[in-house]
Design a protein. Structure first.
Length: 447
């Protein structure tokens, strides 16, 4: 059988593309070497958030007296927390399998390799069989990057995020190398379950790609709570469970913990694509607005493109790629300026649009407001202040960016995304009716 579309990788990009194309009656073959759902579902977004939710439940119970509730002798069972995480993953993987269970979609479990390509067909080998397709969509994702730090390789004390998620017991103490999104979410998990945590970040600030007014609030809270955060500090070497770090100023110091979590970023997976010798690569597969590579019938979506490594971006990229293959006119391009991002710390951080530091050449106004201007926030976040920050283009009076810290801002950042994506003016956004009482009303108040 000759397929319309062959997809390598069954993560958010791959399974979204398979579902969209097969529902249009196109024959699709999807190759996945591990489990459907990819990194996000199996060893990323979903298991991390499941563990974080359990940690938050424990943390809230311990601090329930703030709300006039007394809970004595509160404990947790990390083995059961981990088991629940596995149950959630299994349930969602089964849901994806069900979505792809149709007569037009074939799922093949195994390592796929591109054998050859012409403008008319691509041949892929998997499990000793060859498959022919008109189009190829590469969704091979990314893997944890292991920095060339002496002592990291073959060190039993060192974990990556996958190993941390697989653990059935908590470490006695943890050093986290990398203060990005993954690092700070794990710092939240371990701290809220009582594990001493140290975060080491080479950049001058944690979460360096986010609004630093928002980040400063998180850092202050976490340091007061007992998380040690060392920025502008490079890890020089590891010796077992000992870390030698060099601050930008001062002498090198040695830190020790039961485990060291390395979370310094991810790199695109390019294995199995060696036959595509003419494909343009630059920190990932280079694609145009329609997710098409420089090879006519080869597309790429998700982390492998090296763009924004988020599951919801991967899904949208897949939709655009399939739309272009099916010649759906017009296919809407991806508005990368309106991609929301969330850090599931406690409190949460949510952001969309441009950062203040990137607006030197654009006339703009910065509006800031504590989240306490929302009655619902005050009712549910005792002792917290939070922040909502909006950036407005003063020439066109449009919303350029919104950056927030405070629970549950992840649940309504999409409203800000609409405003940025559609180019809402302040006057247009003011006409949107927000339900009362909700924390989302902060977006109305700040206008």
């Amino acid at each position: 059988m000759k397929y319309f579309l062959a997809i390598i990788g069954g993560g958010p990009a791959g399974y979204t593309a398979a579902e969209k194309a097969s529902k249009q009656g196109k024959q699709v073959v999807l190759f996945e070497q591990n489990a459907l759902g990819g990194t996000c579902l199996n060893v990323g977004c979903i298991p991390t958030k499941t563990l974080l939710y359990s940690a938050k439940q424990y943390y809230n119970a311990v601090h329930a007296d703030k709300y006039g509730v007394k809970a004595e002798g509160v404990t947790f069972d990390y083995t059961k927390i981990a088991q629940r995480k596995n149950k959630v993953v299994r349930k969602l993987v089964a849901g994806i399998k069900q979505k792809l269970n149709n007569e037009c979609c074939t799922v093949v479990t195994g390592v796929a390799e591109v054998v050859s390509r012409t403008d008319e067909q691509v041949i892929i080998a998997c499990n000793g069989e060859q498959y022919e397709a008109e189009n190829l969509l590469i969704c091979t994702g990314s893997s944890n990057f292991v920095p060339p730090i002496p002592g990291v390789k073959d060190n039993e004390a060192v974990w990556d995020s996958t190993q941390a998620l697989a653990a059935q017991t908590l470490p006695a103490s943890m050093i986290i190398v990398g203060g990005g999104v993954i690092g700070m979410e794990f710092a939240t998990l371990y701290h809220e379950l009582g594990v001493p945590v140290t975060v080491i970040e080479a950049m001058p600030a944690i979460l360096p790609n986010l609004d630093q007014d928002v980040v400063a609030i998180l850092r202050e809270k976490y340091e007061k709570a007992g998380i040690r955060i060392m920025t502008d500090t490079k890890v020089m070497s590891l010796d077992g469970n000992k870390v030698t770090a060099q601050p930008a100023e001062g002498d090198a110091i040695t830190l020790e913990a039961e485990h060291i979590l390395i979370s310094v970023g991810r790199r695109a997976n390019m294995q199995g694509l060696e036959a595509l010798t003419d494909m343009e690569i630059n920190r990932g597969i280079v694609v145009n607005d329609m997710m098409q590579t420089n090879l006519k019938n080869v597309y790429a979506a998700g982390d492998v493109t090296g763009k924004i490594m988020l599951a919801h971006v991967a899904s949208r990229q897949a939709e655009v790629a399939v739309g272009h293959m099916l010649k759906r006119i017009p296919v809407q391009r991806i508005a990368y300026n309106a991609i929301p991002s969330v850090v599931y710390t406690n409190p949460e951080i949510a952001s969309v649009g441009m950062l203040e530091k990137d607006l030197a050449d654009i006339p703009h106004e910065v509006r800031k407001m504590p989240m306490t201007f929302s009655g619902r926030f005050v009712a549910e976040n005792e002792g917290e202040t939070g922040l909502c920050k909006m950036i407005v283009d003063t020439k066109h009076n449009t919303v350029l960016g919104v950056h927030m810290i405070g629970n549950p801002c992840s649940e309504f950042v999409a409203a800000a995304s609409f405003a940025v994506r559609m180019g809402y003016t302040v006057e247009e956004f003011e006409q949107v009716v927000f339900p009362h009482p909700t924390v989302s009303e902060i977006l109305k108040e700040i206008l």
